[in-house]
Design a binder for this molecule. Structure first.
Ligand code: DAH
Length: 343
C-alpha cells in the first residue's frame, strides 16, 4: 500500500507540472479526486490495511489528497490571474552579469610569446623533470667534477652522494635528455622552472623560469645562431632592435657568448635601465661543445649545433619594466590585473 501511494504521488507531482488550461485542470481532478479517481480508490482499499498501519497509511493518503487539491487550486489561481507576465520586458538575449575573470600571468604571456617566435622558425617544444640528477644537469654538460661552475649555480641538493639528486639549476638538462633519446636533426625550445639557492630579493629568487634552445644538424654554424637570435630579438622587442654578442664562458658551449640587445627604453643612447651603456643583456648562447655531443651519443665529426638559454623573468622585466622579481610569485591581484590590457 505504501509503495502504491508513493508511486501515485510521483505521478501526481509530474502531472501537476503539465497542466496549463482549465480543461487540463479538470482532467487532473477527474484522474485523482473524482469518485472513480485514484485517491478515492485508495480510500476504498483502506479497509484492508492492518489496524496497526492504519494511522500511518491514513496520514499518507490525506497528504496526497491535500497535495492534489493544492495543485488544482494553485493552477486555477494562475489561470484566473491571466498569462504569466513576469518575464515581459526582460531581454533574455542579454549576456549574464560578467563573472570576474582572471588574467594570464605575465610570465605565461612572455613564455608563450618566446615559444611562438621560435615555433615559427620550426622549433618544437621539449620538457624535462625539475628533479634531476648530476649527470643531466652537470656532468653531461661538461662540468668537471670539481668545476667551480657547480658552485656558481648554487644548487639545491635533495640527496648528496654518488648519484646526486637535485633541483635543476638550468633547463640545459633538457638538452641532454633530448640528445640522448633522439638523433639529429634536433630543433627544440625547452621552457621550465629552475631552482637556485639564492637569498630572495628584488633581483634574485630561489626559483625562476628559463627557455632553452637547441639546434643540432649537419653544418650548423655560429652565423645560423646569430641570425635566429636577431630574428627573435626583433620579434620580441620590435623591428628596430639591434643585437651584440660578447665572448663569454659556459662549460657546455665553445665558443660561448652573451647576447645584449639595444636598450628598448633609450634606443641605445644610454639611460638608467641600461646604466648608460645603451645595451641590456638578455641571454647566453654558443656552439654546443663536442664533449657534450659525445656524452649524449651524437657524433661531433658529423654534427654540430648551437644552444642558447634565457630567463623568462628577465625578458618580462625588460618588456614590462617590472622592477621587483618577487612580484611574479606573490600573486598580488593588483599587479596581475595590470596585464589585462597588455594582450
Ligand atoms: N644554462 C645557462 C644558465 O643557466 C644559460 C645558457 C647559456 C644556456 C648558454 C645555453 C647556452 O644553452 O648555450 O645560466
Amino acid at each position: 500500500m505504501k509503495d502504491r501511494i508513493e508511486e501515485l504521488k510521483k505521478e501526481l507531482i509530474l502531472d501537476a507540472t503539465k497542466m496549463s488550461t482549465p480543461e487540463e485542470v479538470e482532467q487532473f481532478r477527474i484522474k485523482y479526486l473524482s469518485k472513480k479517481g485514484a485517491i478515492p480508490a485508495l480510500m476504498a482499499d483502506f479497509r484492508n490495511v492492518p489496524a496497526e498501519q492504519k494511522r500511518e497509511i491514513g496520514q499518507l493518503i490525506n497528504d496526497l489528497k491535500a497535495e492534489a487539491n493544492e495543485a488544482i487550486n494553485t493552477m486555477r489561481e494562475k489561470i484566473a490571474s491571466g498569462p504569466d507576465t513576469s518575464l515581459v520586458g526582460i531581454d533574455l538575449t542579454r549576456t549574464a552579469t560578467p563573472l570576474p575573470l582572471g588574467t594570464r600571468h605575465p610570465l605565461s604571456l612572455v613564455r608563450s610569446e618566446i615559444l611562438r617566435i621560435f615555433g615559427s622558425m620550426g622549433f618544437t617544444i621539449a620538457e624535462g623533470p625539475e628533479i634531476e640528477d648530476d649527470w643531466h644537469v652537470f656532468s653531461s654538460l661538461n662540468f668537471a667534477p670539481d668545476h667551480p661552475a657547480r658552485d656558481m649555480q648554487d644548487t639545491f641538493f635533495i640527496r648528496r652522494g654518488q648519484d646526486d639528486v637535485l633541483l635543476r639549476t638550468h633547463t640545459s638538462s633538457v638538452q641532454t635528455r633530448v640528445m640522448e633519446s633522439h638523433q639529429p636533426p634536433i630543433r627544440i625550445v625547452c621552457p621550465g622552472r629552475v631552482y637556485r639557492n639564492e637569498a630572495i630579493s628584488a633581483r634574485a629568487h630561489c626559483f625562476f623560469h628559463q627557455v632553452e634552445g637547441l639546434y643540432i644538424d649537419r653544418n650548423v654554424s655560429f652565423a645560423d645562431l646569430k641570425q635566429v637570435l636577431l630574428y627573435f630579438a626583433r620579434e620580441m622587442f620590435g623591428p628596430e632592435t639591434r643585437i651584440r654578442l660578447r665572448p663569454s664562458y659556459f662549460p657546455f658551449t665553445e665558443p660561448s657568448a652573451e647576447m645584449d640587445i639595444s636598450c628598448m627604453i633609450c634606443g641605445g643612447k644610454g639611460c638608467t635601465l641600461c646604466k648608460g651603456t645603451g645595451w641590456v643583456e638578455i641571454l647566453g648562447c654558443g656552439m654546443v661543445d663536442p664533449n657534450v655531443l659525445r656524452a649524449c651519443g651524437i657524433d661531433p665529426e658529423v654534427y654540430s649545433g648551437y644552444a642558447f638559454g634565457m630567463g623568462i623573468e628577465r625578458i618580462a622585466n625588460l618588456k614590462y619594466r617590472v622592477r621587483d622579481l618577487r612580484l611574479f610569485s606573490e600573486n598580488d591581484m593588483r599587479f596581475l590585473h595590470e596585464f589585462d590590457a597588455a594582450h
